[in-house]
Design a binder for this molecule. Structure first.
Ligand code: SF4
Ligand code: SF4
Length: 227
């Protein structure tokens, strides 16, 4: 899922301070799971903003609304009427959702309430870890289902590096928390799978074009017309 975190409230207040009727719009899909974009998050954000502006001399109205998915135009247009008088939208969706909303409501500023952080998984309640960097040419079949791009601090294809110690990555020191060395995990997993021969193969330099180095990516399903 796409994981997002709230922007600092001071940053949000600064971004909306010149508007008078702000609609907070949540998104019920990925960011709802990371507890930053769902119904409860939208309500709490609305309350926090009302509180932040309680002494303001200018009129500030905050309402909230919810969309199932802000990143799909078909999920927005038929299900969403912009309340009259709204002069800005604060979107609690990922960057794709914010941009889709901005495409639809062209005359109204759509501001991000979240920082989109990574593609991850919830490994324990409330604990999300990065798992994929969307490289466009997945290597998990060779690496025992553990991503060396997203989970190795150096994105190494032939690891581990000399910074791996007792199964931990050297980045643990600067992050102040234990981070598993992805390549340690890969080797251990390949052992379990009886596929250590995969580890013996030297990976060539990766082609990053499918990973975005070749420009914005597009996926068109057969039968669909590009626009
Ligand atoms: S190899 Fe690429 S596509 Fe596969 S999980 Fe890692 S970043 Fe994602
Ligand atoms: S210690 Fe492991 S995870 Fe960290 S950078 Fe080196 S190979 Fe990658």
């Amino acid at each position: 899922m796409i994981v997002g975190e709230h922007k600092p409230i001071e940053e949000i207040v600064e971004s909306i301070k010149d508007f008078s009727n702000v609609l907070v719009v949540g998104c019920q899909t990925c960011v709802a799971v990371s507890l930053t974009g769902g119904d409860r998050a939208a309500r709490s954000m609305t309350e926090a903003l009302a509180h932040a502006f309680k002494d303001s001399k200018t009129l500030h109205i905050f309402e909230n609304s919810m969309l199932e998915r802000q990143c799909e135009k078909d999920w927005i247009k038929p299900f969403f009427d912009l309340p009259e008088g709204v002069d800005a939208i604060l979107s609690l969706a990922c960057g794709a959702g914010v941009q889709t909303m901005a495409d639809i409501f062209k005359g109204i500023p759509v501001l991000p309430g979240l920082n989109t952080t990574f593609l991850g998984a919830q490994d324990a309640p409330g604990i999300f870890n990065e798992k994929c960097a969307g490289c466009g040419d997945c290597l998990l079949g060779l690496t025992g289902g553990i991503c060396p791009i997203a989970r190795c601090a150096k994105h190494l294809l032939n690891g581990p590096c000399g910074g791996s110690s007792k199964g931990k990555c050297e980045i643990s020191i600067s992050l102040g928390r234990d981070v598993e060395c992805a390549w340690h995990l890969i080797v251990e997993r390949l052992k379990e799978l009886g596929k250590l021969d995969n580890y013996e193969k030297i990976s060539e330099a990766k082609n990053w074009t499918p990973g975005g180095a070749g420009g914005p990516r597009q996926l068109i399903h057969p039968g669909e017309t590009p626009f």
